[in-house]
Write a new protein. Sequence first.
Length: 414
Amino acid sequence: MKSICVFEDDSYRNFLPLAYNRPVYELRCGFYSFLERVVLQYQDTEINLFCREYLKNLTAENYPHTVNKIEGDNNGCLFINGRLLLSAPIPITGKEEIGVVDDTIVYVRLNNKNSLLITPEKFLDKDFILELKKDFNVKKLNVSLMQYPWDLIHANKEQIVSDFKSYIKDGSVRESDHKGVHFIRGSQIYIGKNTTIKPGCVLDAENGPIYIGDNVNISANSVVEGPVFIDDNVVIKALTRIHAGSNLGKVCKIGGEISNTIIQDYTNKQHDGFLGDSYIGAWVNLGAGTVNSNLTNLYGSIKVQLSDKTIDTGQTFLGMIMGDHTKTAINTKFTTGSIIGFACNILLTNTPPKFTPSFSWYSDNITRAYDVTRELQVAKRMMARRNKKMTRNGEKVFKAIFTLTETERKIHDN
Protein backbone atom coordinates (compact mmCIF):
# COMPACT_ATOMS: atom_id res chain seq x y z
CA MET A 1 0.00 0.00 0.00
CA LYS A 2 1.21 3.50 -0.82
CA SER A 3 1.85 5.86 2.06
CA ILE A 4 1.23 9.57 2.67
CA CYS A 5 3.90 12.09 3.64
CA VAL A 6 2.92 15.58 4.83
CA PHE A 7 5.79 18.00 4.30
CA GLU A 8 6.86 21.56 5.05
CA ASP A 9 8.19 23.78 2.28
CA ASP A 10 10.21 27.00 2.37
CA SER A 11 7.06 29.09 2.92
CA TYR A 12 6.85 27.95 6.55
CA ARG A 13 8.79 31.21 7.11
CA ASN A 14 5.65 33.17 6.26
CA PHE A 15 3.94 31.61 9.28
CA LEU A 16 6.51 32.69 11.83
CA PRO A 17 6.28 33.28 14.77
CA LEU A 18 3.42 30.74 14.93
CA ALA A 19 5.56 28.07 13.23
CA TYR A 20 8.73 28.46 15.27
CA ASN A 21 7.91 25.58 17.63
CA ARG A 22 5.60 23.50 15.43
CA PRO A 23 5.50 22.30 11.83
CA VAL A 24 3.21 24.54 9.80
CA TYR A 25 0.73 21.68 9.35
CA GLU A 26 -0.17 21.88 13.06
CA LEU A 27 -1.88 25.25 12.54
CA ARG A 28 -5.68 25.17 12.59
CA CYS A 29 -8.43 26.61 10.40
CA GLY A 30 -12.01 25.56 11.05
CA PHE A 31 -12.35 22.43 13.18
CA TYR A 32 -8.99 20.92 12.30
CA SER A 33 -5.31 21.48 11.70
CA PHE A 34 -3.86 20.91 8.22
CA LEU A 35 -2.49 17.54 9.38
CA GLU A 36 -5.75 16.44 10.97
CA ARG A 37 -7.52 17.05 7.65
CA VAL A 38 -5.06 14.75 5.87
CA VAL A 39 -5.55 12.02 8.48
CA LEU A 40 -9.35 12.30 8.12
CA GLN A 41 -9.14 11.93 4.35
CA TYR A 42 -6.72 8.99 4.43
CA GLN A 43 -7.88 6.79 7.28
CA ASP A 44 -6.11 3.41 7.61
CA THR A 45 -3.22 4.77 5.52
CA GLU A 46 0.35 5.01 6.75
CA ILE A 47 1.21 8.66 7.49
CA ASN A 48 4.74 10.06 7.45
CA LEU A 49 5.80 13.57 8.43
CA PHE A 50 8.58 15.82 7.16
CA CYS A 51 9.62 18.86 9.20
CA ARG A 52 12.60 21.07 9.98
CA GLU A 53 15.37 19.08 11.62
CA TYR A 54 15.28 20.90 14.99
CA LEU A 55 11.57 20.00 15.31
CA LYS A 56 12.09 16.32 14.45
CA ASN A 57 12.25 14.79 17.95
CA LEU A 58 9.46 16.92 19.38
CA THR A 59 7.21 16.10 16.42
CA ALA A 60 7.97 12.39 16.78
CA GLU A 61 7.09 12.68 20.47
CA ASN A 62 3.70 14.24 19.67
CA TYR A 63 2.52 11.90 16.89
CA PRO A 64 2.42 8.15 16.18
CA HIS A 65 3.78 8.77 12.68
CA THR A 66 7.25 8.25 11.20
CA VAL A 67 9.14 11.56 11.09
CA ASN A 68 11.70 12.66 8.47
CA LYS A 69 12.07 9.35 6.70
CA ILE A 70 10.11 7.14 4.34
CA GLU A 71 10.08 3.43 5.14
CA GLY A 72 11.65 1.20 2.47
CA ASP A 73 8.86 -1.38 2.23
CA ASN A 74 6.17 0.92 0.83
CA ASN A 75 4.73 0.80 -2.69
CA GLY A 76 5.30 4.47 -3.27
CA CYS A 77 4.34 7.67 -1.54
CA LEU A 78 2.04 10.64 -2.03
CA PHE A 79 3.76 13.75 -0.64
CA ILE A 80 1.27 16.48 0.37
CA ASN A 81 2.15 20.10 1.14
CA GLY A 82 1.41 20.85 4.80
CA ARG A 83 -0.13 24.22 3.85
CA LEU A 84 -2.87 22.61 1.79
CA LEU A 85 -6.39 23.11 3.17
CA LEU A 86 -7.44 19.67 1.99
CA SER A 87 -11.15 19.30 1.20
CA ALA A 88 -11.08 16.07 -0.84
CA PRO A 89 -8.49 13.30 -1.10
CA ILE A 90 -5.83 13.38 -3.79
CA PRO A 91 -5.62 9.93 -5.41
CA ILE A 92 -2.82 7.88 -3.86
CA THR A 93 -2.54 5.57 -6.83
CA GLY A 94 -1.78 6.68 -10.36
CA LYS A 95 1.11 7.77 -12.52
CA GLU A 96 4.04 9.63 -11.09
CA GLU A 97 3.38 13.37 -11.24
CA ILE A 98 3.58 16.66 -9.41
CA GLY A 99 0.57 18.87 -8.72
CA VAL A 100 1.32 22.59 -8.59
CA VAL A 101 -0.23 25.99 -7.98
CA ASP A 102 1.86 28.54 -9.90
CA ASP A 103 5.41 27.45 -9.00
CA THR A 104 4.57 25.81 -5.69
CA ILE A 105 4.41 22.06 -5.08
CA VAL A 106 1.01 20.92 -3.81
CA TYR A 107 1.68 17.20 -4.06
CA VAL A 108 4.14 14.72 -5.53
CA ARG A 109 3.13 11.13 -6.33
CA LEU A 110 6.13 8.80 -6.65
CA ASN A 111 6.86 5.09 -6.85
CA ASN A 112 8.83 3.27 -4.19
CA LYS A 113 12.30 3.81 -5.68
CA ASN A 114 11.87 7.54 -6.30
CA SER A 115 10.07 8.23 -3.01
CA LEU A 116 13.03 6.87 -1.05
CA LEU A 117 15.27 9.52 -2.64
CA ILE A 118 13.21 12.38 -1.19
CA THR A 119 14.36 14.05 2.05
CA PRO A 120 12.77 16.84 4.13
CA GLU A 121 15.54 19.23 3.07
CA LYS A 122 14.55 18.94 -0.60
CA PHE A 123 11.09 20.38 0.04
CA LEU A 124 12.62 23.19 2.10
CA ASP A 125 14.59 24.20 -1.02
CA LYS A 126 12.37 26.52 -3.07
CA ASP A 127 14.16 25.40 -6.26
CA PHE A 128 13.32 21.71 -5.77
CA ILE A 129 10.32 22.09 -8.06
CA LEU A 130 12.69 22.74 -10.98
CA GLU A 131 14.36 19.39 -10.37
CA LEU A 132 11.01 17.58 -10.25
CA LYS A 133 9.74 19.23 -13.42
CA LYS A 134 12.64 17.71 -15.36
CA ASP A 135 11.56 14.15 -14.54
CA PHE A 136 7.79 14.12 -13.95
CA ASN A 137 4.53 15.23 -15.50
CA VAL A 138 3.16 18.51 -14.12
CA LYS A 139 -0.54 18.94 -13.28
CA LYS A 140 -1.84 22.47 -12.62
CA LEU A 141 -4.34 22.73 -9.78
CA ASN A 142 -6.88 25.15 -8.34
CA VAL A 143 -6.73 24.49 -4.59
CA SER A 144 -6.46 26.40 -1.30
CA LEU A 145 -2.76 26.58 -0.47
CA MET A 146 -2.39 28.96 2.47
CA GLN A 147 0.37 31.57 2.14
CA TYR A 148 0.20 33.60 5.38
CA PRO A 149 -1.53 33.44 8.80
CA TRP A 150 -4.11 36.00 7.69
CA ASP A 151 -5.22 33.56 4.99
CA LEU A 152 -6.27 31.21 7.79
CA ILE A 153 -8.08 34.00 9.62
CA HIS A 154 -9.86 35.04 6.42
CA ALA A 155 -10.93 31.45 5.59
CA ASN A 156 -11.91 30.48 9.13
CA LYS A 157 -15.63 31.40 9.12
CA GLU A 158 -16.36 29.55 5.90
CA GLN A 159 -14.29 26.56 7.02
CA ILE A 160 -16.21 26.25 10.30
CA VAL A 161 -19.46 26.15 8.30
CA SER A 162 -18.03 23.57 5.89
CA ASP A 163 -16.66 21.35 8.65
CA PHE A 164 -19.93 21.42 10.57
CA LYS A 165 -21.80 20.25 7.46
CA SER A 166 -19.21 17.56 6.68
CA TYR A 167 -18.47 16.09 10.09
CA ILE A 168 -21.36 16.84 12.47
CA LYS A 169 -24.18 14.38 11.82
CA ASP A 170 -26.26 15.09 14.93
CA GLY A 171 -26.29 18.85 15.28
CA SER A 172 -29.67 19.37 16.94
CA VAL A 173 -29.22 20.49 20.54
CA ARG A 174 -31.58 19.22 23.27
CA GLU A 175 -32.70 22.55 24.67
CA SER A 176 -34.39 20.91 27.67
CA ASP A 177 -30.93 19.89 28.96
CA HIS A 178 -29.91 23.54 29.40
CA LYS A 179 -32.43 25.43 31.49
CA GLY A 180 -32.47 29.20 31.08
CA VAL A 181 -30.28 29.18 27.95
CA HIS A 182 -31.64 30.87 24.82
CA PHE A 183 -31.06 28.93 21.59
CA ILE A 184 -31.53 30.45 18.15
CA ARG A 185 -31.68 27.82 15.40
CA GLY A 186 -30.80 24.91 17.65
CA SER A 187 -30.52 22.52 14.69
CA GLN A 188 -27.19 24.21 13.90
CA ILE A 189 -25.76 23.87 17.40
CA TYR A 190 -23.74 20.91 18.67
CA ILE A 191 -22.93 20.54 22.39
CA GLY A 192 -20.56 17.83 23.60
CA LYS A 193 -20.61 15.62 26.69
CA ASN A 194 -20.42 16.99 30.24
CA THR A 195 -20.66 20.59 29.03
CA THR A 196 -22.29 23.19 31.28
CA ILE A 197 -23.99 26.33 29.96
CA LYS A 198 -25.35 28.62 32.66
CA PRO A 199 -28.69 30.48 32.55
CA GLY A 200 -28.88 33.75 30.65
CA CYS A 201 -26.55 32.62 27.87
CA VAL A 202 -27.55 33.15 24.25
CA LEU A 203 -26.37 30.74 21.52
CA ASP A 204 -27.25 32.28 18.17
CA ALA A 205 -26.68 30.04 15.13
CA GLU A 206 -28.83 32.08 12.75
CA ASN A 207 -25.83 33.14 10.66
CA GLY A 208 -23.71 30.02 11.10
CA PRO A 209 -23.29 26.84 13.18
CA ILE A 210 -21.90 26.61 16.69
CA TYR A 211 -19.78 23.67 17.81
CA ILE A 212 -19.07 23.29 21.54
CA GLY A 213 -16.88 20.37 22.62
CA ASP A 214 -16.78 18.16 25.71
CA ASN A 215 -16.32 19.45 29.28
CA VAL A 216 -16.80 23.09 28.31
CA ASN A 217 -18.03 25.52 30.97
CA ILE A 218 -19.83 28.68 29.76
CA SER A 219 -20.71 31.07 32.58
CA ALA A 220 -23.88 33.10 32.85
CA ASN A 221 -25.01 35.81 30.44
CA SER A 222 -22.48 35.04 27.73
CA VAL A 223 -23.33 35.38 24.03
CA VAL A 224 -22.05 33.09 21.26
CA GLU A 225 -22.80 34.04 17.64
CA GLY A 226 -21.96 31.46 14.96
CA PRO A 227 -20.11 30.32 13.05
CA VAL A 228 -17.99 29.43 16.09
CA PHE A 229 -15.82 26.46 17.12
CA ILE A 230 -15.09 25.83 20.82
CA ASP A 231 -12.87 22.83 21.55
CA ASP A 232 -12.87 20.57 24.62
CA ASN A 233 -12.26 21.75 28.21
CA VAL A 234 -12.63 25.46 27.45
CA VAL A 235 -13.74 27.81 30.25
CA ILE A 236 -15.72 30.88 29.19
CA LYS A 237 -16.19 33.58 31.81
CA ALA A 238 -19.44 35.41 32.56
CA LEU A 239 -20.57 38.17 30.18
CA THR A 240 -18.24 37.01 27.40
CA ARG A 241 -19.12 37.94 23.81
CA ILE A 242 -17.93 35.47 21.20
CA HIS A 243 -18.64 36.61 17.65
CA ALA A 244 -18.61 34.90 14.24
CA GLY A 245 -15.37 33.26 13.16
CA SER A 246 -14.05 32.64 16.68
CA ASN A 247 -12.06 29.42 16.99
CA LEU A 248 -10.98 28.43 20.51
CA GLY A 249 -8.47 25.66 21.17
CA LYS A 250 -8.49 23.08 23.93
CA VAL A 251 -8.17 24.11 27.59
CA CYS A 252 -8.36 27.84 26.92
CA LYS A 253 -9.82 30.37 29.38
CA ILE A 254 -11.77 33.06 27.56
CA GLY A 255 -13.44 36.34 28.55
CA GLY A 256 -14.25 39.76 27.15
CA GLU A 257 -15.00 40.12 23.43
CA ILE A 258 -13.59 37.95 20.66
CA SER A 259 -14.34 38.16 16.94
CA ASN A 260 -13.03 36.11 13.99
CA THR A 261 -9.95 34.97 15.88
CA ILE A 262 -8.13 31.62 16.02
CA ILE A 263 -6.54 30.67 19.34
CA GLN A 264 -4.34 27.60 19.76
CA ASP A 265 -4.57 25.37 22.86
CA TYR A 266 -3.87 26.33 26.50
CA THR A 267 -4.10 30.11 26.08
CA ASN A 268 -5.61 32.53 28.62
CA LYS A 269 -7.63 35.56 27.57
CA GLN A 270 -10.10 35.57 30.42
CA HIS A 271 -10.61 39.28 31.14
CA ASP A 272 -12.32 42.20 29.43
CA GLY A 273 -10.76 43.49 26.21
CA PHE A 274 -11.39 43.16 22.48
CA LEU A 275 -9.53 40.61 20.36
CA GLY A 276 -10.43 40.60 16.66
CA ASP A 277 -9.22 39.12 13.34
CA SER A 278 -6.15 37.65 15.00
CA TYR A 279 -4.22 34.39 15.31
CA ILE A 280 -2.88 33.65 18.80
CA GLY A 281 -0.48 30.83 19.65
CA ALA A 282 -0.54 28.37 22.56
CA TRP A 283 0.41 29.05 26.19
CA VAL A 284 -0.21 32.78 25.78
CA ASN A 285 -1.52 34.92 28.64
CA LEU A 286 -3.23 38.21 27.80
CA GLY A 287 -3.55 40.53 30.79
CA ALA A 288 -6.81 42.24 31.72
CA GLY A 289 -7.79 44.96 29.28
CA THR A 290 -5.45 43.78 26.50
CA VAL A 291 -6.96 44.90 23.18
CA ASN A 292 -6.07 45.07 19.51
CA SER A 293 -7.17 47.25 16.63
CA ASN A 294 -8.32 45.32 13.56
CA LEU A 295 -9.23 48.16 11.19
CA THR A 296 -7.34 51.32 10.21
CA ASN A 297 -9.03 54.71 10.34
CA LEU A 298 -8.43 54.96 6.58
CA TYR A 299 -10.27 51.66 5.91
CA GLY A 300 -7.38 50.62 3.68
CA SER A 301 -5.35 47.47 3.10
CA ILE A 302 -3.30 46.57 6.18
CA LYS A 303 0.49 46.25 5.98
CA VAL A 304 2.50 44.07 8.34
CA GLN A 305 6.19 43.77 9.11
CA LEU A 306 7.67 40.28 9.02
CA SER A 307 11.18 40.62 10.42
CA ASP A 308 13.05 42.63 7.75
CA LYS A 309 10.26 43.03 5.15
CA THR A 310 6.92 44.80 4.90
CA ILE A 311 3.98 43.03 3.27
CA ASP A 312 0.68 44.42 2.06
CA THR A 313 -1.80 41.79 3.26
CA GLY A 314 -4.68 42.91 1.05
CA GLN A 315 -6.90 42.59 4.14
CA THR A 316 -9.15 45.38 5.40
CA PHE A 317 -9.52 43.63 8.78
CA LEU A 318 -6.46 42.21 10.54
CA GLY A 319 -5.63 42.37 14.22
CA MET A 320 -2.44 40.66 15.37
CA ILE A 321 -0.37 37.50 15.03
CA MET A 322 1.15 36.36 18.34
CA GLY A 323 3.59 33.51 18.95
CA ASP A 324 3.45 30.90 21.72
CA HIS A 325 4.42 31.63 25.34
CA THR A 326 4.02 35.41 25.01
CA LYS A 327 2.58 37.41 27.94
CA THR A 328 1.04 40.89 28.10
CA ALA A 329 0.41 43.21 31.03
CA ILE A 330 -2.92 44.83 31.84
CA ASN A 331 -4.27 47.40 29.38
CA THR A 332 -1.81 46.51 26.60
CA LYS A 333 -2.93 48.09 23.29
CA PHE A 334 -1.83 46.61 19.95
CA THR A 335 -2.13 48.47 16.66
CA THR A 336 -3.65 47.04 13.48
CA GLY A 337 -1.55 44.31 11.88
CA SER A 338 0.86 43.78 14.76
CA ILE A 339 3.26 40.82 14.75
CA ILE A 340 4.39 39.67 18.21
CA GLY A 341 7.05 36.99 18.43
CA PHE A 342 7.59 33.81 20.41
CA ALA A 343 8.10 34.07 24.21
CA CYS A 344 7.82 37.84 24.59
CA ASN A 345 7.01 39.75 27.77
CA ILE A 346 5.21 43.05 27.07
CA LEU A 347 4.74 45.38 30.04
CA LEU A 348 4.28 48.73 28.28
CA THR A 349 1.81 51.44 29.26
CA ASN A 350 2.17 52.97 25.80
CA THR A 351 1.49 51.18 22.49
CA PRO A 352 3.95 48.35 21.69
CA PRO A 353 5.85 48.45 18.37
CA LYS A 354 4.07 46.94 15.39
CA PHE A 355 6.75 44.24 15.12
CA THR A 356 8.05 42.64 18.30
CA PRO A 357 10.96 40.18 17.84
CA SER A 358 10.83 36.84 19.62
CA PHE A 359 12.23 36.73 23.17
CA SER A 360 11.74 40.48 23.65
CA TRP A 361 11.22 42.08 27.04
CA TYR A 362 9.45 45.42 26.68
CA SER A 363 8.65 47.70 29.61
CA ASP A 364 8.51 51.47 29.94
CA ASN A 365 12.09 51.56 31.21
CA ILE A 366 13.71 48.52 29.63
CA THR A 367 13.93 47.07 26.12
CA ARG A 368 16.09 43.98 25.94
CA ALA A 369 16.26 40.33 24.98
CA TYR A 370 14.38 38.09 27.37
CA ASP A 371 16.80 35.81 29.19
CA VAL A 372 16.10 32.34 27.76
CA THR A 373 16.72 30.54 31.07
CA ARG A 374 14.31 32.79 32.92
CA GLU A 375 11.63 32.59 30.23
CA LEU A 376 11.98 28.80 30.14
CA GLN A 377 11.25 28.71 33.86
CA VAL A 378 8.15 30.89 33.37
CA ALA A 379 6.92 28.64 30.54
CA LYS A 380 7.35 25.55 32.71
CA ARG A 381 5.45 27.18 35.57
CA MET A 382 2.51 28.04 33.33
CA MET A 383 2.43 24.51 31.92
CA ALA A 384 2.53 23.03 35.43
CA ARG A 385 -0.61 25.02 36.30
CA ARG A 386 -2.39 22.94 33.62
CA ASN A 387 -0.76 19.71 34.83
CA LYS A 388 1.54 19.66 31.82
CA LYS A 389 5.30 19.15 31.86
CA MET A 390 7.68 20.43 29.23
CA THR A 391 9.65 17.48 27.90
CA ARG A 392 13.37 17.46 27.22
CA ASN A 393 12.63 17.71 23.49
CA GLY A 394 10.34 20.67 24.11
CA GLU A 395 13.08 22.40 26.08
CA LYS A 396 15.61 21.82 23.30
CA VAL A 397 13.24 23.37 20.76
CA PHE A 398 12.64 26.33 23.07
CA LYS A 399 16.39 27.00 23.30
CA ALA A 400 16.85 26.43 19.56
CA ILE A 401 14.26 29.12 18.81
CA PHE A 402 16.19 31.59 20.97
CA THR A 403 19.29 30.99 18.83
CA LEU A 404 17.31 31.09 15.57
CA THR A 405 15.78 34.46 16.43
CA GLU A 406 18.99 36.30 17.34
CA THR A 407 19.17 37.78 13.83
CA GLU A 408 15.54 38.87 14.09
CA ARG A 409 16.33 40.83 17.27
CA LYS A 410 19.49 42.39 15.79
CA ILE A 411 17.63 43.59 12.67
CA HIS A 412 14.98 45.20 14.88
CA ASP A 413 17.55 46.83 17.17
CA ASN A 414 19.29 48.42 14.18
